[in-house]
Design a protein around this ligand. Structure first.
Ligand SMILES: [Fe+2]
Length: 238
């Protein structure tokens, strides 16, 4: 049995975000949580913060590629542990796909989440992948709704580019970890810029291990999170 500590439950915004949608909590399937214990620590944190649901998004690309069976097994094992340990939070699993040529072959059976068949898509950090915008269009045509993961982290995207992505209608998911400066000042400032403008659709953690809990907790208290929380779409994923 896990007990919530009163000291660590300040006014928290997890209860308003309701759903955490970008993380690597499934144990042993990618570069995220490696043990059940670590995954449970992360799940406990989200429950303590007031979230009701966690959508796990393990990497699925040529470098990290668990089978459907492995993903389902990890999800079920973690869910069983949540029940056993009485951690009051619901778990489902989708995936995070990297834009790469091999993604084409996967398009018929992407793992989705939420009411609009959202698919979490990430780009390489250093260079804009050739043809990625036509891939976004293709995803819409097939009936998916792509969500661009952590736009603030792409070094090739300046503010003008971020603006153009928003104006083109892309759904944008900013990392809480960016707001806590986990990836440096530039990513933090771009995350703040997107929030200031009201261009963020989803806030996710992108947490990979329990050592990042303190930073995510810190980010949840960010003034811009408080200010923009009512405009975010996280609760629609419940
Ligand atoms: Fe991620």
């Amino acid at each position: 049995m896990w007990f919530f500590s009163k000291a660590s439950t300040p006014i928290n915004l997890g209860a308003e975000l309701v759903v955490e949608l970008h993380n690597h909590v499934l144990p042993g399937v990618d570069d995220g949580a490696q043990t059940m214990q670590e995954a449970l620590q992360m799940m406990f944190f989200w429950a303590e913060m007031g979230y009701q649901k966690v959508i796990a998004t393990p990497h699925q690309n040529t470098f990290m590629n668990a089978s459907e069976i492995q993903l389902d097994a990890a999800e079920h094992r973690l869910r069983a542990q949540l029940q056993e340990q009485e951690i009051p939070i619901f778990l489902t699993a989708a995936a995070e796909y990297l834009v790469e040529p091999e993604l084409q072959g996967r398009l018929p059976s992407l793992r989705t989440f939420g009411p609009k068949r959202y698919v979490l898509i990430e780009l390489g950090f250093w260079a804009s992948p050739v043809g990625w915008e036509s891939l976004m269009f293709q995803l819409y045509q097939i009936g998916y709704t792509p969500v661009l993961a952590h736009p603030e982290r792409y070094t090739f995207a300046d503010r003008q580019t971020l603006k153009s992505w928003y104006e083109r209608g892309y759904f944008l998911q900013v990392n809480l970890l960016s707001l806590a400066r986990a990836y440096g000042k530039e990513a933090q400032q771009k995350a703040e810029y997107l929030l200031e403008k009201g261009w963020v659709h989803f806030l996710g953690s992108d947490m990979h291990h329990s050592g990042q809990i303190a930073l995510v907790r810190q980010a949840l208290a960010h003034r811009l999170v408080r200010r923009q929380i009512s405009s975010l779409l996280n609760p629609t994923l419940l």
